[in-house]
Ligand binder design. Structure first.
Ligand code: SF4
Length: 498
């Protein structure tokens, strides 16, 4: 077993001196091997290798929110422990916060209790809390990047599955459970198995009207919702490299939906340009030193990968899910598959999906009527998402009988959108413009589907009951496609509207 001291480097910046090659446990690259970013970051944060083959991994940034932290703090109290690194821990409120008004006390008693508890825990342990009064509140995976807390080369953990979002910046970021939240609070470390790395190259150029959401839905469809188990996904290739950081976040966000532990894009000039000048990024010369370190941890050109996949970006079309997991999708101009078209082992899940979704096999997905349209979430609640949806919204009015919500991912996104007049565009078209939060992605707040309503949603999960009603139905798609569905009252190809 090899042991070394806990890394000690300034808050928010991984130590550039800690990138020397190391020998990992069996099955991982040997010392001196050309490394992937995953291995470089993993090695730089390894405290020691544990007898069971896991790594004791130092966590550079711990993001917490109101849902998965109360029990962890309570366990900490029971054990008489303090938060080990409050300066590396940041809190926000997102899941339970109402989006019609964030005024206190919150109307829902349980939500108010969770909010109060988070405030108390942050106060007691000296943790910075981006509460609604701060002007920086928002979905945890939106505010991390926009404040510059998320930086290349970091290890980031958060008690939410979609922590993989942060990998867009070239860091190793993953969701953890409540007992792991406790462990990170108490020790700033986790015991984890090192994932293998699959490089997914998306070649070519995306066609107009095809978005990062379509790319990620396409990848999950191709590789399966369990295809990534045991892997970290490294996204690469011209189509990924041409994406903005917001688009890369959308792709990395849904890595978990493909079964991967995390997903990342190697940091490049776009990454550095995005981070320069953000509240928590280093300044002046320190920024330049950080950039040098960030460059150094990118995957070597001849790094060894456990697997490689290549997909043609030119073949990706606007994509819509029809089923009950994000892999069950078709292009907007395709038909819902028939069980007899699939291999026998895939038929039962298709039949289950069609029964739940009350959809018929063999009919075009375009034209499927919707009741609700939701634009928001940590997948697609950023400024560029709202801009694209607004381009569609400008062309018409929400169809009669459709309830349409636009929920910015953070207060900063809301302000930036307001500066461009986007709330007025949406309101004029008949959308409701709400305050920042998770809203109808998980519906742990008043934004819920009712009965078996069908929702065109820019979120990330279409599981049974995900949006607050046990019989509610979800069709995942890009924000522009959600806006198109809202205007038409049925699934429609946003490219035809634009
Ligand atoms: S928007 Fe959805 S997936 Fe993202 S943090 Fe909130 S509940 Fe989780």
């Amino acid at each position: 077993m090899r042991t070394r001291a806990r890394p000690c480097y300034p808050r928010g910046v991984s130590d550039p001196t800690r990138s020397a090659p190391r020998t990992g446990p069996a099955g991982v690259p040997a010392a001196g091997a050309k490394k992937t970013l995953l291995d470089a970051v993993w090695d730089a944060h390894t405290v020691r290798e544990l007898p069971n083959g896991d790594t004791q991994l130092f966590i550079g940034l711990h993001l917490i929110h109101e849902v998965t932290s109360p029990q962890a703090f309570s366990m900490l109290r029971d054990m008489g422990l303090r938060v080990r690194h409050p300066e590396r821990t940041f809190a926000t409120v997102d899941h339970i916060i109402p989006t019609q008004s964030q005024k206190r006390p919150l109307p829902d008693e349980l939500a108010e209790t969770m909010m109060t508890e988070l405030e108390r825990n942050c106060r007691d342990h000296g943790i910075r809390f981006f509460d609604p009064e701060s002007g920086q509140q928002g979905i945890v995976h939106v505010i991390g990047p926009e404040t510059g807390l998320t930086q290349p080369g970091m290890t980031i953990a958060c008690g939410d599955s979609h922590t993989s979002t942060h990998g867009a910046f070239g860091c190793v970021a993953f969701g953890i459970g409540t007992s792991q939240v406790r462990d990170v609070l108490a020790t700033q470390c986790l015991s984890l198995a090192r994932p293998k790395v699959r490089r997914i190259e998306v070649t070519g150029k995306l066609s107009p009207g095809v978005y990062a959401k379509d790319v990620t839905l396409h990848i999950i469809h191709q590789l399966g919702v369990k295809g990534g188990i045991g892997f970290a996904y490294e996204y690469a290739g011209p189509a990924i490299e041409a994406m903005t950081l917001e688009e890369r976040m959308t792709v990395c966000n849904m890595s978990i939906e493909g079964g991967a532990r995390c997903g990342y894009v190697n940091p490049d000039e776009s990454t550095f340009a995005y981070l320069r000048g953000r509240a928590f990024t280093p300044k002046d010369e320190a920024f330049e030193r950080a950039v040098a370190w960030w460059r150094s941890i990118a995957s070597a050109k001849d790094a060894a990968y456990a697997d490689r996949v290549q997909l043609d970006g030119r073949g990706i079309a606007p994509t819509v899910t029809f089923g009950i997991n994000p892999g069950q999708s078709v292009a907007v101009d395709e038909r819902i598959p028939r069980p007899e078209d699939l291999p026998p082992d895939e038929r039962p899940s298709l039949e289950e999906a069609l029964a739940y979704m009350e959809l018929r096999a063999g009919v075009p997905i375009a034209g499927t009527p919707i009741d609700v349209a939701f634009i928001g979430s940590c997948t697609n609640g950023r400024l560029s998402d709202l801009r694209e949806a607004a381009r569609v919204a400008r062309t018409g009015r929400v169809a009669p009988g459709v309830k349409a919500l636009v929920v910015p991912g953070s207060q900063a996104v809301a302000r930036a959108a307001a500066a461009e007049g986007l709330p007025e565009v949406f309101r004029a078209a008949g959308f409701e413009w709400r305050e920042a939060g998770c809203s109808m992605c998980l519906a742990m707040n008043p934004d819920k589907l009712v009965g078996n309503q069908m929702c065109a949603s820019s979120s990330n999960r279409n599981f049974k009951g995900r949006q607050g009603s046990p019989t509610g139905r979800t069709l995942l798609m890009s924000p522009a496609m959600v806006a198109a569905a809202a205007l038409r009252g049925r699934v429609a190809d946003a490219r035809e509207i634009l």
